[in-house]
Write a protein that binds this ligand. Sequence first.
Ligand SMILES: Cc1cn([C@H]2C[C@H](O)[C@@H](COP(=O)(O)OP(=O)(O)OP(=O)(O)O)O2)c(=O)[nH]c1=O
Length: 213
Amino acid sequence: MTPTENRIYLASRSPRRRDLLKQIGVNFGTLLLREAVPRVADMDEASLPDEAPPDYAQRIAQGKAEIGRARLAERRLPDLPVLAADTIVVLGGRIFGKPENSEHAKEMLRALSGETHQVFTAVAMSAQNGMRVSLSRSSVRFRNISEQEICNYLAYGESQDKAGAYAIQGMAAVFIAEISGSYSGVMGLPLFETAQMLEESGIKIFHRPCNNS
Ligand SMILES: Cc1cn([C@H]2C[C@H](O)[C@@H](COP(=O)(O)OP(=O)(O)OP(=O)(O)O)O2)c(=O)[nH]c1=O
C-alpha cells in the first residue's frame, strides 16, 4: 500500500479532530486506540524532568501515531499513514491537560481568567517512510471571568475532555479576547501544519479536477 492511495488513518477519539480533518477533504478512517498513552493527568503533574511543554506534546502525539500504526498490523488493516495529535494548554509553565472533574475544571478556568496562555498542538504522522511531527503554537487571551460565569459555563458540560477545560469552538468563545496562532490548532488539529505534512508525504489535499486549461 502506498500513500498515493490518498487515504490515511486518524488515531483519535476526538470528534473535533475528525471534523477538522473532514473540513480539508482528507479521505481517512478512524482508529480507536485501546489504551491511552501515559499522559499528564492534571495541572499539578509535571512532564518528564527538563521536558519543555512543546516537547511533551510532540512526544505524546508521536506515541499516539506509533501505537496507532502498530494496531494496523494487529487488526490486519492496510499499512496506511497514521495521523495523531496532542493538545495542551500552558500557563506560566504549568501544563493544563483535561480536567478530572468539575472542581478541577473550575481551578483551570480561574487560573486562565484575565491571562494569556499558550496552546500547543503537536501533530504526528507515522508511515512506512518514517515519523513526521509538527507543532502549532498559539496564544490565547482570556478576559476576566467571574465565578458566576465559570459556574454557568460548567453547566454546559463543555469543559469535559478539553485541554484547559474550555472549547474555543463553543461557549468559551465569549471569554476569548484575542488569539494569535491557529484556531484549528487550539481546537485540536492545526490544519495548516497537517496539510503540509500530508502533502510532503504525497497525500493530495485537493483532488477535485479543475478546468484551467
Ligand atoms: C483548548 C481546546 C482543546 N480542545 C480539545 C481538543 C482535544 O480533543 C482535547 C485535548 O486532549 P488530547 O489529549 O489532545 O486529545 P483527546 O484525548 O481528546 O483525543 P485523542 O484520542 O486524539 O488523544 O481538547 C478543544 O476541543 N477546544 C479547545 O479550545
